[in-house]
Design a protein. Structure first.
Length: 279
């Protein structure tokens, strides 16, 4: 399986609706209903001294809906802005990006790396950059945009990609690979049977990949990346459902660039991974 995560609820939509409704309730009360309550509660205060508007506002009981909306709207708005335009947290549920990302890693994704987009409808409103070869990118799965996948950017628009004998060939040139030692799991400190750790260089990015003695070797398929699309491959090369099987990722499906592991929890905390940058 690919690194995908799915929620039973559409959280971005819920967040937008909740922010909008609490904001509308608070604004409507501030402009229309609160002044009426203050006028009805107006009059002299203790010992005949009139209360100021602010003092009367403190003394007038607010409807429970207004009280909750006033409390939650600023929090919801901050979360909406941070999550939609700056950084969004994700949890890795599968092993297609091992050894770079492990099951149970919690990561931060830079949402403005590939353009600022409106939440829910995903329309780009500001162009801030494009994926570079070697980036670890989150995107909406082309066959089911309700799922978010995470892979490494291998092919850019116009590239020709071949996967032959467990080696990537980009525009006719083999991607440099070094190493070849047995892979030791950082979770169990045990050698994974049949798994070999290699070091790959994609553009300016050096990163680890994992290959197995028995696994996907490819059939010299040649992939011509269309304009406006990207070719995504998992670092766990023999156990990744990626562009080699289902094709290319449209630019409009991009979510952001994975930048940091801020927590690891999969039955226990793996402290050594906290704060690791993603390359």
């Amino acid at each position: 399986m690919g690194s995908s995560w799915t929620d039973s609820l559409n959280f971005p939509l819920i967040l937008v609706v909740a922010t909008f409704l609490t904001g509308i309730v608070w604004l409507a009360d501030t402009l229309f209903f609160a002044p009426r309550r203050l006028r009805r509660a107006g009059g002299p205060g203790e010992e005949g001294s009139p209360l100021s508007g602010r003092e009367r506002a403190r003394d007038v009981e607010q409807p429970i809906l207004v009280e909750y909306s006033r409390s939650f709207f600023p929090v919801l708005l901050i979360v909406l802005v941070l999550r939609s335009f700056l950084f969004e947290p994700f949890r890795i549920p599968s092993g297609s990006m091992i050894p770079t990302l492990l099951i149970g890693d919690y990561i931060l994704v830079n949402k403005f790396a590939y353009g600022v987009r409106l939440p829910v409808i995903h329309t780009k409103i500001l162009d801030t950059g494009e994926p570079e070869r070697g980036d670890v990118a989150v995107f909406r799965y082309p066959d089911d945009p309700s799922l978010d996948y995470i892979k490494r950017v291998v092919g850019l628009p116009g590239d020709t990609i071949t996967y032959r004998n467990k080696t990537l060939i980009v525009n006719g040139e083999e991607v440099p690979v070094s190493g070849g030692e047995p892979y030791v799991s950082p979770v169990s400190d045990a050698v994974v049977a049949g798994a070999t750790l290699r070091r790959e260089r994609l553009g300016d990015v050096e990163h680890d990949i994992l290959v197995f003695d028995q696994g996907f070797s490819g059939s010299d398929n040649v992939y011509e990346v269309p304009q406006g699309h990207y070719f995504m491959v998992g670092d766990n090369r023999d156990k990744s459902n990626d562009s080699r099987f289902w094709g290319f990722v449209p630019e409009e499906n991009l979510v952001g660039k994975a930048t940091l592991i801020w927590m690891h929890w999969n039955g226990g905390v793996l402290w050594s991974r906290l704060g690791d940058s993603i390359r």
